[in-house]
Design a protein around this ligand. Sequence first.
Ligand code: FES
Ligand SMILES: [Fe+2]
Length: 417
Amino acid sequence: MDGYYCGVSRGRKVAAAAALVAMGGLVMHVGEPLDSIGAGYPLWRKTGLIGAPARAAVCVLAGVTLLVLGWLYRLLFCPLLLLRAPDDVGYIAEDGRSRAQAANEVRRRRKIGELLPPVYPNGWYRAMDSHTLRRGEVKNATVLGEQVAVFRGDNGQAYVVDAYCPHLGANLGVGGRVVGNCIECPFHGWQFRGEDGKCVKIPYAVKVPEFAKVRRWPSCDINGQILVWFHCEGLEPTWKVPEQEEITRGDWVYRGRTEHFINAHIEEIPENAADIAHLAHLHTPGIVSGVDLRYTNSKTWEFIRHDWKVQWEPESDPNGHCSRMLVKHSLTVFGRHWPIMDIDVVARQNVSHTIFYQANVPPPFERDVMIWNNKKYISKPLLVKEDSAIQKHRRWYSQFYSPGSPRLAYQHDTLDF
Ligand code: FES
Ligand SMILES: [Fe+2]
């Protein structure tokens, strides 16, 4: 669902590297009892730690140290890639059913609610992370249920066109070739210009008909992502995604991506940011208590808790299509506050649902997934004064719908659209 960026400073990285080196030194030091004599046969020094048990202990220690080093290295230097399957998170599998069966059953029997908002808000949608598309490369992606081909021309610009070739329907994103700033179909070699989708070459035809073109999707390549514009009435982009300077300057670095399949209306997800009360309830139990809501409040984990202070505000013009969420987090263990775990997060959202984090910790987001997968949409929720940001969020979000926005055809049957 999202890429995210974190503010891991160079200083912290240097410190982490130093720690890794120090731990590496520890492994080498542990290895010192090995000595070589003669033809290089190892002997154990007489240090007091002699014999098989001592050797075994040293081996175990070295093994554990290496594992920890590997884990630390991945945590600090490798971008996170957490891809969840549709039934991985948020369903309760009981009575000997598999998770997939439980997920299917919930999707069948669940009430989805009345008067759902239209399915696709107008706006920018993420096609892929910029760095995954090299110059001259083409990829197939799914955006709003449509198949698109995303390619980067020789000029470095990313283009998005319908995946299916108008000639005989081959998928341009699967085996297509970038030629200059055009995409060449793998089937008969027709070439389409990225800029406007126009066919510029049919290798075996004398003349290229004027009407030969593939649909081009307006797109932009900003903040480390390739975004595609959708408007139900076919309007060209009515606003631009603002550049996030922290990303351009390199203050926020790419720390990976998580992907979840969520069975809920798209608006429910950003609305969570304005639902301040749920943080103090759903996200207070310690992260160690997991994401299965049946156990998160178990007494075993009572000694650890998260406290949150949250604010959600729409931004003013010209960025009225963006909103900002400020989160302050603190951790208490056995009643003692751990300032080292204090995290301040600025989340900026718009309808592309891209989330940027300033900290090195993914959010305990999967608890929400279990709520979303099983809840129904309520168009007129029963709110108290303290919930007022939710109404504010709904008013703000309504700007992304227009009269022609597509609605679910079979609201009572399914949320699959
Ligand atoms: S199907 Fe694409 S060129 Fe024929
Ligand atoms: Fe949440």
